[in-house]
Design a protein around this ligand. Structure first.
Ligand code: FPP
Length: 289
């Protein structure tokens, strides 16, 4: 991407779909111009938090916050698609959220069903493949049916993967993965010699086949992981914004990506600026003396 004055703009074709909807000179356009399209995160995961506080600040019931959280879901899916992000995982309902009042939980199911029925045509038009993860078998039957319908209808799409975590717990996911390994070994008569390695676990996670998230965004300022993708975020870059989820706009997402691109991702190594082998030989030599 070439950065240049507003009257002479050359964009990478990689982000062309996004620039198509941005007004030159607008705030979003300016942020988008500072994104390097060759270093986009492959997988973005989001903890959508702050719906209740958004409602409380307006003296509204909590469910009003969840309703207001629907637009940012739609907009974030659209922006990620336009950016060419490979996978977007949204934390919609944790296994712990059952502890909330029945009316709030019921409203969340209604909103999820509404989202699926309203957005399915757009998901299809944009080649998005919809999946969900979590202990979905424990959900009310109408919700399961709507989810299955969206999963089946989009199964052959090859565009962005939209993965929604529902009745999800990172610990439960690990327990399910280990039990699946043990069950496979039992069926194949290998239980006595069973050894579990990282690959065995990773291949049985709900996210098997997806790259691990590069960027984990959490809204509303809480510095917590809340049992989300415990295995997969080992090397994710974390971005916490004070913005409450219902206020999360395209610019917030673009700012998170700009911030992500400033990080020095070393995955445990020293990176290009690290010590050379010669330096280590010198240190070892001086210690031996
Ligand atoms: C956290 O806010 C948000 C949730 C538990 C639900 C998120 C659900 C949606 C945005 C709508 C449906 C989702 C999809 C994918 C269609 P909170 O209630 O914990 O807020 P608080 O911490 O301020 O109380």
């Amino acid at each position: 991407m070439v950065r240049c004055p507003i009257d002479r703009v050359y964009h990478s074709s990689l982000m062309q779909d996004l620039f198509e909807v941005l007004k030159p000179g607008s705030a979003d356009w300016v942020v988008a111009n500072s994104i390097d399209p060759t270093r986009l995160p492959a997988h973005i995961a989001i903890i959508m938090d702050g719906n209740g506080r958004w409602a409380r600040r307006r003296n509204l019931p909590r469910v009003a916050g969840h309703k207001a959280g629907m637009d940012p879901v739609r907009n974030t899916v659209e922006t990620c698609t336009r950016l060419g992000i490979q996978a977007l995982t949204l934390y919609a309902f944790s296994a712990e959220n059952w502890k909330r009042p029945r009316a709030e939980v019921d409203m969340l199911w209604r909103l999820l069903r509404m989202y699926l029925s309203r957005e399915l045509p757009d998901l299809l038009r944009n080649g998005i493949r919809f999946t969900c993860m979590g202990r979905v078998d424990q959900l009310p039957a109408p919700v399961r049916r709507e989810l299955e319908n969206a999963i089946e209808a989009t199964a052959h799409n090859s565009g962005m993967r939209l993965n929604v975590a529902i009745n999800y717990s990172g610990r439960a996911e690990l327990v399910d993965a280990v039990n699946a390994i043990v069950e496979d070994a039992r069926l194949e008569g290998r239980l006595r010699d069973l050894r579990i390695d990282e690959q065995a676990i990773a291949s049985r996670l709900y996210t098997a086949g997806l790259p691990d998230p590069d960027l984990l965004i959490r809204t509303s300022g809480e510095m917590r992981i809340s049992n989300f993708l415990l295995w997969q975020i080992a090397y994710a870059e974390l971005y916490v914004t004070e913005t409450l989820w219902p206020d999360f706009r395209r610019a917030d997402l673009l700012h998170a990506i700009v911030d992500y691109q400033k990080r020095d991702r070393r995955f445990g190594s020293l990176g290009p600026a690290g010590a050379t082998d010669n330096e280590w030989v010198e240190v070892a030599g001086s210690l031996a003396r």
